[in-house]
Design a protein around this ligand. Structure first.
Ligand SMILES: *[C@@H]1O[C@H](CO)[C@@H](O)[C@H](O)[C@H]1NC(C)=O
Ligand SMILES: *[C@@H]1O[C@H](CO)[C@@H](O)[C@H](O)[C@H]1NC(C)=O
Ligand SMILES: *[C@@H]1O[C@H](CO)[C@@H](O)[C@H](O)[C@H]1NC(C)=O
Ligand SMILES: *[C@@H]1O[C@H](CO)[C@@H](O)[C@H](O)[C@H]1NC(C)=O
Ligand SMILES: *[C@@H]1O[C@H](CO)[C@@H](O)[C@H](O)[C@H]1NC(C)=O
Ligand SMILES: *[C@@H]1O[C@H](CO)[C@@H](O)[C@H](O)[C@H]1NC(C)=O
Ligand SMILES: *[C@@H]1O[C@H](CO)[C@@H](O)[C@H](O)[C@H]1NC(C)=O
Ligand SMILES: *[C@@H]1O[C@H](CO)[C@@H](O)[C@H](O)[C@H]1NC(C)=O
Ligand SMILES: *[C@@H]1O[C@H](CO)[C@@H](O)[C@H](O)[C@H]1NC(C)=O
Ligand SMILES: *[C@@H]1O[C@H](CO)[C@@H](O)[C@H](O)[C@H]1NC(C)=O
Ligand SMILES: *[C@@H]1O[C@H](CO)[C@@H](O)[C@H](O)[C@H]1NC(C)=O
Length: 481
């Protein structure tokens, strides 16, 4: 490695210190003790071969990630303070940036500090500063620092793409977690990283996450229409993990924002997905612990297919091609929205009672043998379970999409909130952990309905239409057809 004496070209250097010269797009790892200051230097011109090219100013990307941090004394309850980074791009300002010279980089995000020069620069001087701790702390910080003229060396995958979330949790059961990643780019090089407990201060540092990663889990990746499903197996029940989506391009690894997961404590909720008929189901359903996932999936799917049959016959009696009943919806929409609704009510979503966000989500405790659909108790015997209610939007979509002759209505008022939930998007605090209600932490079962269509409606409807009533109406319609 190449060391320069700090302050080269300056008249006097009061203390012997070294400045490490960083190379373009190369990671450098170091350890720093409490109260220390370490210096780095980058010269864009030093990267081009002498004589072949004119020295060139370039835009640079600088990142530092903390891989580990000192251990706090036992009685310490606050956060572990983080490293700071100071920069200078002019030797006249300083070549030894630190708390008393240079500019502090304030774009920090839980273990990751980043700076982009924006415009073109020739030289960058960097100071890395460790906070001063009392004697009761033990150990150093370790970190990675990298600078590049090409792009970030510690990239973060953007959370969403045109408003839709790219990576989110579908659901967990006692030993599994299912994730969805949408989007087509780099799809073959995506993987999941599961960590047991990442220090909260280091959640956006991939080298820290690597150290906390667990190894005894398996991931099964399957294609979806617009991305992939990742099923993580072999997790421990009633346990908490942090999960990241990793996209690799050569040796460069980009990471997503972390998703915190908690496996369920009870074994009567089973994660199912990939159903032939109800293809939007990707969540846990009430079931008996001893049944196989394949048989649970098939029985639910077959039952939904059977329940759908009267509707299928009814809609086929209606002359879809020639009868326009709406300017914006047609029979295809009606078919899809009815099917989505029917799958949601006939394949209920099971959730965990112990969830600390229980008071904000739409749940209903179902006592043993009290399932809305008695078939569930007869064939799947889940015992007592908790339902995450379908989003009321699933019902509204059917009303809007289907021909009026079907007389499909949604409940309103108190009845609506007994049978359906409302989609919420906010950040709440659950036991000191900030939880972002939304795709990964839904407040109702949306059945993959796009968030843009989850618009709350205050449309007045006649009360209660449960699906046994609906089947009766459909039979009447059928007889009259
Ligand atoms: C920069 O590259 C040179 C030549 O390959 C190498 O000797 C040196 O150790 C590198 N410096 C760092 C900080 O990686
Ligand atoms: C802690 O960091 C200092 C540099 O600040 C280094 O000299 C020392 O060896 C490190 N200690 C450990 C245990 O890594
Ligand atoms: C730090 O933050 C302030 C205000 O948020 C901003 O004006 C300043 O440019 C930032 N400094 C750097 C080095 O990013
Ligand atoms: C640090 O240790 C000293 C004794 O060695 C003790 O008096 C002091 O309270 C400790 N401070 C903290 C923050 O634990
Ligand atoms: C599942 O986890 C157990 C320990 O919890 C471990 O012994 C086993 O190897 C793991 N299986 C796989 C396939 O990772
Ligand atoms: C992955 O999941 C698919 C669909 O559920 C299944 O067919 C396949 O056997 C699984 N692969 C492994 C290795 O478990
Ligand atoms: C995917 O990974 C392989 C091997 O790790 C690599 O050769 C390839 O370039 C990567 N593809 C993309 C699109 O990043
Ligand atoms: C789940 O874990 C919590 C603590 O992490 C514990 O209080 C609770 O009793 C556990 N539940 C079950 C059913 O084991
Ligand atoms: C219904 O409308 C969609 C576009 O909104 C169209 O793609 C589809 O072909 C239509 N279906 C029928 C049966 O007309
Ligand atoms: C549920 O019903 C089954 C069969 O009807 C019965 O054997 C079982 O005891 C019932 N369970 C409860 C808790 O009522
Ligand atoms: C659904 O309708 C049937 C038939 O009218 C009724 O017996 C049942 O109690 C209703 N279920 C709910 C949950 O309202």
């Amino acid at each position: 490695m190449l060391f320069l004496i700090a302050g080269i070209g300056l008249a006097c250097v009061a203390y012997a210190q070294t400045t490490v010269q960083l190379n373009d797009s190369q990671m450098w790892s170091a350890s720093i003790a409490s109260g220390d200051l370490q210096h780095y230097y980058f010269d864009t011109a030093a990267q081009s071969l002498p004589g072949l090219q004119e020295p060139e100013a370039k835009s640079v990307y600088l990142t530092l990630t903390s891989c580990s941090q000192p251990i706090a004394p036992g009685n310490y309850e606050g956060e572990v303070p983080s490293l700071n980074m100071f920069i200078s791009t002019s030797s006249e300002e300083t070549t030894l940036p630190g708390p008393s010279h240079g500019t502090m980089v304030n774009d920090t995000n839980l273990g990751r500090i980043s700076w982009n020069s924006g415009g073109q620069v020739q030289n960058v001087w960097i100071g890395v500063v460790a906070p001063t701790l009392t004697d009761n702390w033990s150990g150093n910080w370790t970190y990675q620092i990298a600078i590049s003229t090409q792009g970030w060396m510690h990239p973060i995958i953007s959370d969403n793409d045109g408003g839709s979330t790219i990576f989110y949790l579908e659901d967990t059961d006692d030993t599994h977690a299912l994730f969805t990643a949408s989007g087509e780019h780099q799809k073959d090089n995506r993987s999941l990283l599961v960590a047991s407990s990442v220090a909260p201060e280091l959640r956006y540092s991939l080298c820290a996450v690597d150290r906390a990663a667990i190894s005894d889990y398996t991931v099964n990746t399957t294609r979806t229409a617009d991305g992939q499903h990742f099923l993580v197996s072999n997790l421990t029940s009633n346990s908490s993990y942090m999960t990241y989506l990793i996209e690799s391009t050569g040796s460069l690894r980009s990471m997503s924002a972390p998703i915190h997961i908690q496996t369920k404590a009870d074994d009567n909720c089973r994660l199912i997905y990939g159903l032939g008929f109800c293809d939007q189901v990707a969540y846990s359903v009430p079931a008996k612990a001893s049944d196989t996932t394949d048989s649970i999936r098939e029985r639910y799917d077959d039952q939904a297919r059977q329940l759908f049959e009267p509707f299928n016959i009814a809609i086929s009696q209606f002359n879809c091609e020639t009868t326009q009943y709406s300017l914006v919806r047609n029979c295809t929409d009606c078919y899809q929205d009815y099917k989505r609704w029917l799958c949601a009510v006939s394949i209920p979503r099971c959730t965990s009672i112990s969830q600390t966000i229980a008071d904000t989500v739409a749940v209903r405790v179902v006592d043993a043998n009290e399932s809305r659909n008695p078939w569930i108790d007869e064939t799947l015997e889940p015992g007592t379970w908790t339902e995450l209610l379908p989003c009321i939007d699933l019902c509204y979509q059917v009303v809007q999409s289907c021909p009026p002759f079907m007389a499909f209505n949604c409940p309103k008022g108190d009845l609506a909130s007994l049978q359906y939930g409302y989609w919420k998007r906010s950040t709440i605090d659950a036991n000191g952990m900030s939880v972002q209600l939304g795709p990964s932490y839904p407040t109702c079962n949306r059945m993959q309905l796009e968030e843009a269509r989850l618009v709350l409606s205050d449309a007045s409807q006649t009360p209660l239409m449960n699906y046994s009533i609906l089947l009766i109406i459909l039979s009447i319609v059928l007889l009259q057809a």
